[in-house]
Design a protein around this ligand. Sequence first.
Ligand SMILES: Nc1ncnc2c1ncn2[C@@H]1O[C@H](COP(=O)(O)OP(=O)(O)OP(=O)(O)O)[C@@H](O)[C@H]1O
Ligand SMILES: [Mg+2]
Length: 265
Amino acid sequence: MMATQSATGSRGLAAPLAVNNLTVAFDEFRALDDLSLDIPAGSCLGLIGPNGAGKSTLFRAILGLVPMAAGTIELDGQPITGLSTTRRVRRGIGTTLQSGGVFLELTVRESLVLAARRASRKWDIAGALETHQLAELADVSVTELSHGHQQRLELAMAEVSSPRLLLLDEPVAGMGPMETQAMVQSIQAVNQAGPTVVFIDHDLAFVRALAQEIAVMHQGRLITQGTPDEISADPEIMSIYFGAAEGHATAGATEAAAQETGTPQ
Ligand SMILES: Nc1ncnc2c1ncn2[C@@H]1O[C@H](COP(=O)(O)OP(=O)(O)OP(=O)(O)O)[C@@H](O)[C@H]1O
Ligand SMILES: [Mg+2]
C-alpha cells in the first residue's frame, strides 16, 4: 500500500514524528531507555515487541501522559516535549486511547458529528460512515454495537477530528477474523487519506498485512526498524521477539519464524 499525502483542506495532513533518546523511568525502572525512532510523514508503522517492552508507554510519552526523564519528541520538526496533552492533540496527534470511548447515549452518526464538532472540523460524515462500513448502522445507538463496530466507530471518530498522526494501541484486540479484516481496511483508508499511522499489535500476521514498516521494541529500546520482509528475514530479531513474546505468537507467525531460523517447532 502506498502512503499518499494528497490530502488537502480539512483532511488530516500527514506529519513526521521523531523521538530522540527518550527515557521514561518509573522509580528505578526504565520503561523506555534512550529510545530513538523516526516515522516518516504518511507512513503506516507497526510497533511490535513482547509484553512490557514499553510500547504503550511510548504512546503515552508522545501524548504527554507520562513524564520524560530525558530526550525530545518532534512533530513536523517542532519540539512538542514541553506541551500539554491538549496542545499536542491540537497540533494533530490523534488516538483512540484518550478519546474516552464512544458516547453511549448517541447514535453512530451523532457520535461522528459530535467528534468532528469538538475538533472544530467540517467533515463528510456520510463519507466517513461509508469508509468505515458503518452506513447501515448510522442510526443505531452506540450501546447496540458489537465490539468490532464500536472499535471502528472510535477509529472513525478519531479520523473526523482530523489528526496528522494517529496512534492506535492494539486496535484489533478481542476481534474475530472478519472484524479484524474490516478494521485493516478502515485503518488503511484513514492512512491513505492523510494521517501518519502508528499502531501496536502482537500478531505479526496482522502487523505484516497493515504496516509498510515495522519497529521492534524490547526492554524499552528500539531493536530494529525495517520493512515487514526485512524484519521477518532477521533470525536474531525473530528469536528475540518470539523468545520473549511466548504465548503471543500466532501459529502462522511462529511457523514463519521457525522457517526463518530453521528451528523445528
Ligand atoms: N505508571 C507506571 N508505573 C510503573 N510501571 C509502569 C507504569 N506504566 C508502565 N509501567 C511498566 O513499564 C513497562 C512497559 O509497560 P508498557 O505498558 O509500555 O508495555 P507494553 O509494551 O505496552 O506491553 P503490553 O504488550 O503488555 O501492552 C512494564 O514493565 C510496565 O509494568
Ligand atoms: Mg501495551
